[in-house]
Design a protein around this ligand. Structure first.
Ligand code: CA
Length: 230
C-alpha cells in the first residue's frame, strides 16, 4: 500500500509517516499542494490531505485531484464544522477526520476507503466486480452503467463525483426498493457520523441537478431513497 501524506506541519507529517511505515505502507510525504500534484502516482492507494496548506487551499487541491484521479482521499484537518465536512465530501473526498485524531482511527479509515474502492473497481477487470455484474439501466433519459461507472443523460456524460456514483449505483443495485438512510451512509461513507447531518441530502440534490432529472431519485420521507422509475 502506498500513501501520499500532504501535511505542512513537519513534526506531524513525520510522525504520521513513521506510523504508516510501521504498518507496512510505503509513504510519500509532501508539505504543500504543488508537492502533492508532483508526487501523486498511478499506484498511490490513498491520499491523506491537510486542508490548511501554504500554497493552496486543501479543498481546491481535492477538486484538482478528483478531476484526474479516482484515488481515495481522506481529509485530515482541524476544521471540524459541519459545513466544512459536507463541503469536503461534496468535493469528492472519501472521508473526513478531525484533528487531533488517533492514528489508529486514521488506519481504520484508510483500510475502509481502500477496501471500498477495490471492491467497487477491481483493477484491470472492469465488469467483474461480482457474480452478477449489473447491466446498464435507464431511468428516463439517464443511463447508469455500473460496470463502467459511467452515467450519461441523453448520450452526454454526467460528471458525478465518486461518492455520487457510489450512491447512485447502490440505489441502482436495489432498484424498486427503498434503501434506508442508515444503509446509504454506512455503505457509501462507511460511517454514521453524517446520520444527523445533510451529507446525504446534499449528494442526492447534486445528482438530481447534474442529471437534470429530479425524479432520478425518489425521497421516501422518514425512510430513505429509491431509484426513480421515470
Ligand atoms: Ca496545515
Amino acid at each position: 500500500m502506498r500513501a501520499l501524506i500532504v501535511e505542512d506541519d513537519e513534526r506531524l507529517g513525520r510522525a504520521l509517516s513513521d506510523v504508516l511505515r510501521l504498518h507496512g505502507f510505503t509513504v510519500d510525504l509532501v508539505p504543500d499542494a504543488a508537492g502533492c500534484l508532483r508526487e501523486l502516482r498511478p499506484d498511490t492507494d490513498v491520499v491523506v490531505l491537510d486542508l490548511g496548506l501554504p500554497d493552496r487551499d486543501g479543498f481546491e487541491l481535492c477538486v484538482r485531484i478528483r478531476r484526474e484521479h479516482q484515488v481515495p482521499i481522506i481529509i485530515a484537518t482541524a476544521r471540524s464544522d459541519l459545513p466544512s465536512r459536507v463541503h469536503g465530501l461534496h468535493l469528492g473526498a472519501d472521508d473526513y477526520l478531525v484533528k487531533p485524531y488517533d492514528v489508529r482511527e486514521l488506519l481504520a479509515r484508510i483500510r475502509a476507503v481502500t477496501r471500498r474502492v477495490q471492491a467497487r473497481a477491481p483493477s484491470g477487470a472492469p465488469g467483474s466486480s461480482g457474480p452478477h455484474p449489473l447491466e446498464p439501466l435507464d431511468v428516463g433519459p439517464v443511463r447508469i452503467d455500473p460496470a463502467r461507472r459511467i452515467v450519461s443523460c441523453a448520450g452526454s456524460p454526467v460528471p458525478l463525483t465518486r461518492k455520487e456514483f457510489d450512491l447512485l449505483i447502490l440505489l441502482a443495485e436495489h432498484r424498486g426498493v427503498v434503501v434506508r438512510r442508515e444503509q446509504l451512509l454506512s455503505e457509501v461513507w462507511q460511517t454514521s457520523w453524517g446520520a444527523g447531518g445533510r451529507t446525504l441530502e446534499v449528494h442526492v440534490a447534486s445528482i438530481r441537478a447534474k442529471t437534470g432529472l429530479a425524479g432520478i431519485i425518489e425521497t421516501v420521507r422518514g425512510v430513505g431513497y429509491r431509484l426513480g422509475t421515470a
